[in-house]
Structures are given as structure tokens and as C-alpha cells.
Design a protein around this ligand. Structure first.
Ligand code: SF4
Length: 157
């Protein structure tokens, strides 16, 4: 697979919308020296105001919904949103539950889905790099909405 080389560092904000933490642990694994996301310029930031890409997990609980939307709104445009894990994509095992207000793409536009429960760090890395491609198209003003789907091991569907 050819690897997209972003022109700029990718500052990501990790947003847990109510996940079981399984996907979140895999995101952290992708940032550790073993997978070394930093070699692509991927940097975790503590404020959405500093981020280019949101990496979201979980089905969006009703309690979290307002905070989730506020955080996403704080990320400057253009931005890209990656949803990690089937709970974030379809609601997963939480779908239809009384406490669920998502999935996220019913509330805001999502650019990349990474399937799996949870996906592997390799899949998350590919998802972030695909989001970087989307971001570059948005910056150039030539983006045409087309959700990118990534398998749990990093294959492009
Ligand atoms: S997709 Fe699986 S690992 Fe990820 S939040 Fe849902 S239940 Fe947890």
C-alpha cells in the first residue's frame, strides 16, 4: 500500500463519546513507540481548538451529546472526523438503547470509518492518514463528500 505523506503535521484530538474504552486503548497503542504514529507527524493535542482531526469513539450517549457537539464545533475548519469502532459507526451493541443519541454521523458529517471492535492500531493509523488526505482536499476546496471505510487491520474498502 502506498502511504500518503501529509505536508503538515496532523494534530489529533481524541474524543470519547461514551465508549467501553476498548477502542480508546487501541488509539493510544497507535501513538506508542511500537506503532509510532509520530513518524507521520501525528500528534495528540489536549484542546480541540488546536486540532485538525477528531478521532472519535463510542456510540454518543445522550448525556455526552451536548459536550460532543460543543467539542467538535471548537475544532477550526477545515477539519476531518474519523470514527473508530463499530459503536461509533452504527451504535454497535448499544444501538437503539434508551441512553444513546448517536451514532455520530446522525449528528455531524463523518469523513472516515474504521471498522472493528476494537480496530487494531494499524487500522487506526490508516484511518488517520486517510483523514489527512480528506483534509488536504478540503483545504484546496476540491473535496467531494465520500466516506472512506477502513477495515480493522487497515484495508481500504
Ligand atoms: S467498538 Fe467494541 S471496543 Fe470499541 S467502544 Fe464499541 S464495544 Fe468497545
Amino acid at each position: 500500500m502506498s502511504v500518503f505523506k501529509p505536508e503538515k503535521s496532523l494534530w489529533i484530538y481524541h474524543l470519547n463519546t461514551g465508549s467501553c474504552n476498548g477502542c480508546d486503548i487501541e488509539i493510544l497503542a497507535a501513538l506508542t513507540p511500537k506503532y509510532d504514529a509520530e513518524r507521520f507527524g501525528v500528534k495528540l493535542v489536549g484542546s480541540p481548538r488546536h486540532a485538525d482531526i477528531i478521532v472519535a469513539t463510542g456510540p454518543v450517549t445522550a448525556v455526552a451529546k451536548e459536550s460532543v457537539l460543543r467539542v467538535i464545533d471548537q475544532v477550526p475548519e477545515p477539519k476531518a472526523i474519523v470514527v473508530v469502532g463499530v459503536c461509533g459507526i452504527t451504535g454497535g451493541v448499544f444501538r437503539g438503547g434508551y441512553s444513546i443519541a448517536g451514532p455520530l454521523d446522525t449528528l455531524v458529517p463523518v469523513d472516515v470509518y474504521v471498522f472493528g471492535c476494537p480496530p487494531k492500531p494499524e487500522g487506526i493509523m490508516v484511518g488517520i492518514l486517510k483523514a489527512a488526505e480528506v483534509l488536504e482536499l478540503k483545504r484546496k476546496g476540491v473535496y467531494q463528500k465520500d466516506v472512506v471505510k477502513i477495515t480493522e487491520t487497515g484495508g481500504v474498502l
